[in-house]
Design a protein around this ligand. Structure first.
Ligand SMILES: [Fe+2]
Length: 173
């Protein structure tokens, strides 16, 4: 996979919560590290790729925990649906790793693409929803301070469709 397909951090991925933005950046950098390895073949390359994916799974589980606890503290209305998306992603990649472990054919290139595209889509469509919610809450607090009417009409509905998820079949058939 050529370098141009790697994922570059951009300000449009910012959710405005420093700890979460830092974790997202770390995930991007882990995905970029998959790239040189996902085209190589042979036993050594396989072992190396598997170790990187397991490292990524551990880190993203830790990241999801951080995010879910944060959303719960925030009393974010869509926290359960958000968690379901996280769980489904973990389920899909663990299922793929099971195939890899059983020696079944799995394209590491497609696997890497799936992980990258899922993460980018999740941040831009789903995580951004709670960024909007935070702005809404902050706006409400400021508005309340100034005794002005709330700005609810400026905020779109917070509910999102779970179809925003990328179906894994698109990558694995
Ligand atoms: Fe998330």
């Amino acid at each position: 996979m050529e370098k141009s397909n790697a994922v570059e951090w951009d300000d449009r991925y910012t959710v405005g919560v420093q700890m979460i933005d830092e974790q997202h950046k770390e995930l991007f950098s882990m995905i970029n590290n998959f790239y040189p390895g996902c085209l190589k073949e042979g036993e050594k390359a396989n072992i190396h790729f598997k170790l990187m994916v397991y490292g990524f799974i551990n880190y993203i589980k830790y990241h999801f925990d951080t995010e879910e606890q944060f959303l719960e503290r925030l009393k974010y209305p869509d926290s359960m649906a958000h968690k379901r998306q996280h769980d489904e992603f973990i389920r899909v990649i663990l299922e793929k790793m099971e195939k890899v472990e059983l020696g079944q054919p799995v394209s590491f290139k497609n696997f890497t693409r799936y992980i990258r595209d899922w993460l980018v889509t999740h941040i831009t469509l789903i995580d951004k929803k709670y960024a909007t919610y935070i702005h809404f809450i902050n706006g409400q607090i400021k508005t309340a301070d100034k005794s002005l009417p709330p700005v609810v009409h400026k905020i779109g509905p917070l509910h999102f469709s779970e179809s925003a998820e990328i179906p894994s079949e698109m990558f694995f058939g």
